[in-house]
Design a protein around this ligand. Structure first.
Ligand code: RB5
Length: 149
């Protein structure tokens, strides 16, 4: 698995905490910013990370902003991307096992660092199960084909 991570200024501190967590687990990652506290527009970071995943440069991505919502909406505008907000452990697991989401988003103004680390751990260790979920994910891709030029 190859991992890319990004955050806006509201997510910067939590991103740095997650990066330290990844290092402790020997998980390799690339940090696409932001790297300073200067305000940035979350769609710019979401686009960079989501495109890197959609182009196959990374298999998974993590995006953090204040709520996780803007990053989620923006990442899902990149063709081929399934991004989900993960603020509870069950959703983190199911987003991989059922939805085959390649990107998880989190809101630093909503969850604390300990939960965020646990969410990342569960999400990294969960894989798409296929089976009855596979045709549904294929249908999502069909909707995308019909509506994304
Ligand atoms: C700030 O731009 C804030 O809107 C952002 O961090 C995020 O919460 C967006 O959904």
């Amino acid at each position: 698995m190859s991992l890319v991570i990004g955050a806006d200024h509201n997510g910067l501190e939590l991103k740095n905490i997650i990066i330290e967590f990844l290092k402790g687990k020997n998980v390799e990652y690339e940090d696409l910013g932001t790297k300073t506290s200067a305000p940035v527009d979350y769609p710019d970071i979401a686009k960079k990370v989501a495109k890197a995943v959609a182009q196959g440069r990374f298999s998974r991505g993590i995006l953090i902003c204040g709520t996780g919502l803007g990053m989620d909406i923006a990442a899902n505008k990149v063709r081929g991307i399934r991004a989900t907000v993960c603020h509870d452990l069950y959703s983190a697991e199911r987003s991989r096992k059922s939805n085959n989401a390649q990107i998880m988003t989190m809101g630093a103004q909503i969850i604390g660092p300990e939960l965020a680390k646990k969410l990342v751990e569960v999400w990294l260790n969960s894989e798409f199960e296929g089976g009855r979920s596979a045709p549904k994910v294929r249908k999502i891709m069909e909707i995308e084909k019909e509506n994304f030029s």
